[in-house]
Design a binder for this molecule. Structure first.
Ligand SMILES: [Zn+2]
Length: 70
């Protein structure tokens, strides 16, 4: 069965408060989530997510990513 894209890839935890806004709530954060848009890892996109939204809400991250790129 073919993998459906986009999917959530690597997650990097925020190390401190600050940086670009979380894609969901807008809080400044250094946390990042890779969005795999196809099977080429070189094409992965990155979005910023705060600690709250990084640990859960994968579907919300994808929805926010798709809304931002609509
Ligand atoms: Zn957030």
């Amino acid at each position: 069965m073919a993998k459906k894209y986009p999917v959530i890839g690597c997650k990097k935890s925020p190390r401190y408060i600050g940086g670009l806004p979380c894609i969901i709530c807008g809080v400044p954060t250094t946390g990042k989530v890779d969005i795999e848009i196809n099977w080429f890892r070189g094409d992965d996109e990155q979005v910023r997510v705060c600690k709250t939204h990084q640990t859960k809400h994968d579907t919300e991250i994808l929805a926010a990513y798709e809304a931002a790129n609509a």
